[in-house]
Design a protein around this ligand. Structure first.
Ligand SMILES: CC(C)(COP(=O)(O)OP(=O)(O)OC[C@H]1O[C@@H](n2cnc3c(N)ncnc32)[C@H](O)[C@@H]1OP(=O)(O)O)[C@@H](O)C(=O)NCCC(=O)NCCS
Length: 261
C-alpha cells in the first residue's frame, strides 16, 4: 500500500452514513490450506504442478467455451507456473499467486473429477469463484460421490481466505449452476450481464454470451457496506433494486448451515 496525503481534497459526497468505516490498511487474501478425503476414494485439494496437464485437459473437455476469451489462458499448460498457486510451494503461492484451483481426485479411477478456479483481488478483499466444471464422464450424478453435498467445502475455501466479498458468474447455456448458487449456496443475484464474455462456439468462431452474477458479503464485509438508504438511484434503478431484493428473498442465506458468521 502506498501512502498519499489527500488532506487538500474531498470525496464527492458525504458517504458511509449507513455503515461502519475503518482505517485503510494492507489487505491480503491468503488461499487456505485445505484438503478433504471422502470415503477413502475422493480427495478435494489444491492443484499441484503435477496436475497441470490433466487440469488443462479437463478445462478443454468441459469448458472449451473460454477459447478466445480473456480466460483462455486456463487451456494452456505454460500459463500456470506464473499465475497458479501450487501445492508444492503453497506457503509462498497462497499469498502471492492470483489464482488457485480446487480439484477432486478419484483415487480408484486415477482421474480428476472436477475443477474449480478461484481468482483473488487482494486490495478489494474479493474472491471470484470464476470457473467450475465436472469432467463430462462424471456429470449427472454418474459417480460414487455426491459433489453437491460438498458445497460446504468450497464455501470454507472462500471464508478462510479472508474475503469480504465473494462473487460468481453463471453461464446461461444451462441453469444448473444458477440453481446451485442461488438455492443451495444462498448467494444473491447481482444482475444479468448480456454480452459479458466472448465464448467459443466451435471451429474458430465465437459469440458474446450472457452471464448471471451472484454475490455474498462475508467475514464482516456487510458491516462496511453502504445500505440502499444512502444510494442515489434513478427511479428505474430503484425499481430494479426493489425487485431484486424481492427475488433474493428466495435465496436462503442459511443454506450452508453452520458456515455463515
Ligand atoms: C454445470 C455442471 C457442473 C453441472 O453438473 P451436472 O452433473 O451436469 O449437474 P446435475 O444435472 O447433476 O445437477 C446438479 C444438481 O442440481 C439440481 N438442479 C440443477 N438445476 C436445477 C433446477 N433448475 N431446479 C432444481 N434442481 C436443479 C439437479 O437435480 C442435481 O441435484 P441432485 O444431485 O440432487 O440430483 C456440469 O454440467 C458442467 O461441468 N458443465 C460444463 C461447464 C459449465 O457449464 N460450468 C458451469 C459454468 S457457470
Amino acid at each position: 500500500m502506498r501512502n498519499l496525503n489527500l488532506d487538500g481534497y474531498r470525496p464527492y459526497g458525504n458517504m458511509a452514513k449507513t455503515c461502519e468505516t475503518r482505517k485503510i490498511k494492507e489487505k491480503k487474501i491468503i488461499w487456505p490450506d485445505r484438503e478433504k478425503v471422502i470415503a477413502d476414494q475422493f480427495v478435494i485439494r489444491a492443484m499441484g504442478r503435477k496436475d497441470v496437464d490433466e487440469v488443462t485437459e479437463l478445462w478443454r473437455a468441459s469448458y472449451p467455451e473460454v477459447y478466445g476469451s480473456i480466460h483462455e489462458w486456463m487451456l494452456f499448460p505454460e500459463e500456470y507456473e506464473q499465475k497458479m498457486a501450487f501445492k508444492e510451494t503453497w506457503d509462498h503461492d497462497a499469498v502471492h499467486k492470483q489464482y488457485a484451483t480446487i480439484v477432486c481426485d478419484d483415487l480408484k479411477n486415477r482421474k480428476l473429477v472436477f475443477a474449480n478456479l478461484l481468482t483473488k483481488f487482494d486490495v478489494n478483499l474479493h474472491v471470484e469463484a470464476s470457473f467450475f466444471a465436472i469432467h463430462p464422464d462424471f456429470r449427472k450424478g454418474n459417480l460414487d460421490l455426491n459433489i453437491w453435498a460438498e458445497l460446504h467445502e468450497f464455501y470454507l475455501w472462500l471464508e478462510e481466505s479472508g474475503a469480504e466479498y465473494v462473487t460468481v458468474f453463471c453461464e446461461t447455456w444451462q441453469n444448473i449452476t444458477q440453481y446451485i448458487w442461488f438455492k443451495q449456496m444462498g448467494w444473491k443475484i447481482a444482475g444479468i450481464f448480456p454480452g459479458s464474455y466472448t465464448r467459443w462456439c466451435g471451429g474458430q468462431n465465437e459469440y458474446r454470451a450472457c452471464t448471471v452474477h451472484f454475490y455474498k458479503l462475508l467475514n464482516g464485509g456487510e458491516r462496511y457496506s453502504t445500505k440502499p438508504e444512502e444510494w442515489q438511484m434513478l427511479p428505474e434503478v430503484k425499481k430494479l433494486w426493489d425487485c431484486l431484493e424481492e427475488i433474493n428473498k428466495a435465496s436462503d442465506p442459511g443454506a450452508l448451515k453452520g458456515t455463515t458468521r
